[in-house]
Design a protein around this ligand. Structure first.
Ligand SMILES: [Zn+2]
Length: 322
């Protein structure tokens, strides 16, 4: 089914606000919850599940203007949903991310660094000793408490309020794995831009939607966790829209030695999903997650092969004009 957001029941694009888009897939919420519970080893509280199941299916749209893929309704998780996720034994936060090492190489002695959506402050703890000032902002009071106990400046506050008090206060501002959670990115972008000193850097990482998916039905890439899916073109569009100079979009790459294992896993996953009529192997490589009729002869395009070595994440490096 193709649906256009000219019908106002579909949410606007989180990046550009455009109201024209095409439906590119849908995932039953029952699948999302079942897979989430299986992965986390948890049972979702009934009240939480009811509140974050706004329709039988999460419908995925592609914006006609900027190409961003987003779910409608946006259905963004709240503090209670994240408390549920972080209660999993496996742990929601991770101490090491690929983009931390990319960002760390861009830091200089004496830099003033702001991490927006810092979580439990893993990146700040990693680099605090080598910059002049390191500050974290988050709306999760537990993470902020952890950071304060580690002796790192941290604020649990509304970002717009913080930005008004700290205009041009930092020469590096970063936000890791945040944009894909936001129903509208403009409030974040404007506050982040306000915090960056002229000539300073903004570093923004998101999952790369071009990557091959080992699990095309990854529930953590669906609402209420993620509301949008980004490719490099949308990070470049982000820089342009919010008046940053684009320095680079760097994509994580898989190690060549991981290729045989990746192909075996994709084969296993896609044959299992094909039996369920969920996705084709080409979909798995393409990152498409919509249920669809099985394809008898999945074909691999050159784009699939080019994307085969992409890792999970990419990072925008942009500069506020001096
Ligand atoms: Zn858009």
């Amino acid at each position: 089914m193709t649906k256009s957001t000219a019908d106002l029941t579909v949410d606007a694009c989180p990046l550009c606000g455009c109201r024209s888009s095409i439906e590119v897939g849908s995932i039953p919420y029952a699948w999302i919850w079942a897979e989430l519970e299986r992965q986390l080893g948890l049972t979702t509280p009934a009240e939480l599940r009811r509140r974050f199941t706004p329709a039988p299916e999460a419908e995925l749209f592609a914006c006609s203007t900027c190409g961003l893929e987003f779910f409608s309704p946006h259905n963004q998780g709240d503090a209670a949903f994240y408390a549920f996720l972080t209660s999993a034994k496996a742990g929601y936060y991770t101490n090491r991310r690929w983009e931390y090492s990319v960002a760390e190489k861009l830091l200089h002695d004496g830099d003033s660094l702001l991490d927006i959506g810092c979580g439990d402050g893993a990146f700040l703890k990693q680099v605090a000793g080598r910059v002049g000032r390191a500050v974290g902002v988050d709306q999760n009071p537990e993470g902020i408490r952890d950071l304060a106990e580690a002796g790192i400046e941290a604020r649990c506050t509304d970002l717009a309020v913080f930005a008004a008090e700290n205009a041009a206060g930092f020469n590096v501002v970063c936000a890791f794995q945040l944009l894909e959670h936001l129903p509208r990115v403009n409030a974040f972008a404007e506050a982040a831009r306000r915090c960056v000193a002229p000539g300073g850097l903004l570093l923004v990482s998101v999952p790369n939607n071009d990557r091959p998916r080992l699990n095309p039905l990854d529930p953590l890439d669906c609402p209420p966790h993620h509301v949008s899916r980004w490719r490099p073109a949308q990070l470049r569009e982000f820089a342009r829209t919010f008046q940053f100079d684009l320095v680079d979009v760097v994509c994580e790459r898989r190690r060549p030695r991981s290729l045989p294992g990746l192909l075996r896993s994709l084969g296993r996953r896609t044959s299992a999903h094909r039996r369920r009529g969920a996705v084709t192997s080409a979909d798995a490589l393409d990152g498409r997650s919509e249920p669809r009729a099985p394809s008898r002869r999945p074909t691999l395009s050159t784009r699939h092969l080019r994307n085969l070595m992409l890792g999970h994440t990419m990072i925008l490096v942009a500069r506020r004009p001096a």
